[in-house]
Design a protein around this ligand. Sequence first.
Ligand code: PMT
Length: 409
Amino acid sequence: MRIALGVTGGVAAYKAAELVRRLQQEAFDVEVLMTRGAEEFVRPLTFAALTGHKVIGAMFAEGSSRQANVESAIEHIAVAQRIDLLLVAPATADVLAKFAAGIADDFLTTLYLATKAPVVVAPAMNVNMWEHRATQENVARLRSRGVCVVAPDEGYLACGMTGAGRLAGHDAILQAVREALDLRRDLSGETVLVTAGPTCEDIDPVRFLTNRSSGRMGYAVAEAAMSRGAEVVLVSGPTALAPPPGLTFVPVRSAEQMRRAVNAHLDSATIVIMAAAVADYRPTLRHPHKVKRGAPSLTLELELSPDILAEIGPRKEDRVVVGFAAETERLADHARRKLKAKPVDLVVANDVSRCDAGFDVDTNVVTFFSRDGSETELPRLTKREVAERILDEVLRLKSRTAHERKNAR
Ligand code: PMT
């Protein structure tokens, strides 16, 4: 999910850098907008380095060319449409007044009018300014329009006075963000181990066997779990995707490396979700030098690679384990067989012969085969939506097991 973080000019502007980190730890993609005042307190470079995105500055900057101003005007519409939430922290009395009055004289205030995303503001200012009737009326007006205002904390202020005006704590701001987005935190306390992407099995130093997995399904699971409060370990084969910030990322290449990484992190995991497309066979020999063209034919001998999911069996204990089934025919038969043969509570079966499901697309069409006998066919969904549904099913199976244990006592 994408958040635009507006930073306005106040001493608390430096705290926005740590806030960016906290938002990233919850899998939000953050882009920062700074007012001219904010740039007096913190350099835009700080936020660019933290977010990996260019920082959007004041609109219609003095001395800008007409072309630059037109581009800026178009950009604020693009930002308004792509964000899931606008957060302003710290928010000065000035920006609250402009939001309340509908004044749009820079990028941030224009964005506020242009976006339909929920808005959260966290004011920070001198106590008298905060308590002034003008500010309080602006705050009341914003609240009546649905803006979430995270009230400032009381304490010693930069101006030397004591009272309400300190930027609210990051926990309170994050809670307001989650509530505004209606996000659940039902996986807090859980550690989710996810595998994603393909494996590469080397034939020689320049050639390898692999498959079409892009990693998108596994990364979507990792991001969804993180945003629902879980600690996440993502073991990933080579993909073109950037590692989501805020999780433990373990890059691997071969099935053997993936096996070692899964074994190393299994103890800490309470939930395991294996979305990687692991090689079933690998070359028996890895040639130390490039195999030269010449012989009219070449036979490549393959051997079975480790079945990482099957090996979890003896160490499964209370963990909820989810395996995928990538099939091109008789999906249900193969998935039911995997449910019996492998140490899994849930098999997520996808028909990878479809062009809107499985490998290297943004959507998936899956059926759940659960240990308790239930089978659920889902419609075509984005991979993020599939990920959320997998996590819902994991929680359902977990609470069912806990209920059965209680009744057995
Ligand atoms: O990465 P994307 O482009 O988004 O594509 C998503 C996906 C198609 C890769 C994903 O949805 C998927 O189906 N992943 C599992 C692919 C696969 O290897 O399926 P399988 O039926 O061969 O394996 C069954 C299960 O055993 C899987 O959970 C797999 O991770 C695991 N396995 C397989 C082989 C092996 N040697 N070790 C394993 O642990």
